[in-house]
Unconditional design. Sequence first.
Length: 234
Amino acid sequence: MRYFYLYKITDLETDKIYVGVHETEDLNDGYMGSGKVIRRMINKHGVGRFKKEILEFFESRESMYSREKEIVTEEFCKETTNYNITPGGRGGSILLNRKPFFGPHNTASKKKIGTSAKGREASTETRKKLSENNFAKRNPERQREHAVYAGKRRWELADKSKDRVMSDETKEKLRSANLGKKHSIESKEKMSNKRKSRPQQRWIHNNIEKKTKMIGKFDPLPNGWVEGRKLKFT
């Protein structure tokens, strides 16, 4: 059975509360909220300092979020008596509810980010994760496997992007932005050197799978593939 409910978490030291909703098949799953602030407080002080109460049950996800939206409003989030920082009704996650950022950062934002990060030290756990992920030099075989996977993933995404149609307005904007632009001699030299340093490759395509890819210049031709690059398939 699936449960949908509205809950309240109370900080027993400060009496501040956090109100949210949860969907689960186990009422004893230990869930204690997904809000950024409440999670930070629980991690800092321990779960024993907080008390959770289920206030209401609902028959569906929609009615659950609708009720949360009624209670956790913008005005509610501005009050100093609770840990809620984003209005409810859309899943309750800070990642879902925050306004998307499309960048780039302005000078003031960069300064704030730099100031907040200054003097920050990574925890032992974080350093361990970074070390485990930095396997390129220590494990060349694993790096090659990762490179093959990443290459295949790029081609999958490229195939999906073919279905996207760019509007005439976007095409005109791109054309106007690049009109008259020329690469400097230094840039041309860098691009030339980069091309020369790459392994020799050649284009091949498959009319049945409707795919185009590059392989090594001297690699054998896979079954069903023919030489040459093909941008459009009928």
